[in-house]
Design a protein around this ligand. Structure first.
Ligand code: SF4
Ligand code: FES
Length: 160
């Protein structure tokens, strides 16, 4: 299976990793570095390597299941034309066209380590009222150390 990635393209904020069966996108700015992905598939998601995603190290189906567990919108997937993956199993929360049913209330859960996980459709604005993001998967910084505030960038877990 041939694969390619655009990790070295510095102009690309959203990086792309592709095989004949699956395309994975990664938006570094949205990543909280909490690591659900590498806990589920450590052979695929290797944060200390370049490229950090090795698409050949697991089946497309297993990668889809891992991406569905990403708590932010950092990881997304879609099927390229001709993919052998069953399209029905590729419509989870990580699918690029996934739309959650509209919810009337959102939950905000505080983690002991610092971040706040926002569950449900939410919009985030900056102090001047400028729109920042709308998503069903948002993790806000509660520790004050993030370089991407108000979003968590994993700084709470880094050793000084
Ligand atoms: S936010 Fe998503 S991409 Fe980033 S580390 Fe967590 S699971 Fe992986
Ligand atoms: S809570 Fe994660 S960087 Fe602040």
């Amino acid at each position: 299976m041939e694969s390619k990635n655009t990790e070295n393209n510095k102009d690309n904020k959203i990086r792309e990793y592709r095989t004949d069966d699956l395309i994975v996108y990664w938006d570094a700015k949205s990543c909280s570095h909490i690591g659900n992905c590498w806990n589920i598939l450590p052979q695929v998601f290797k944060p200390d390597e370049k490229p950090w995603i090795t698409m050949e190290a697991a089946t497309a189906e297993d990668i889809i299941k891992a991406v569905d567990k990403c708590p932010t919108d950092a990881l997304k997937y879609e099927l390229p034309e001709g993919s052998k993956v069953d399209p029905e199993m590729a419509k989870g929360p990580g699918w690029v066209d996934y739309k959650k049913d509209e919810v009337t209330s959102i939950k905000i859960k505080m983690a002991r380590s610092g971040p706040y996980k926002v569950e449900g459709a939410a919009q985030v604005f900056d102090a001047e009222g400028n729109f920042l993001k709308q998503s069903n998967h948002i993790i806000l910084c509660g520790c004050g150390k993030s370089g991407n505030r108000p979003f968590c960038d994993g700084s709470h877990a880094r050793k000084e």
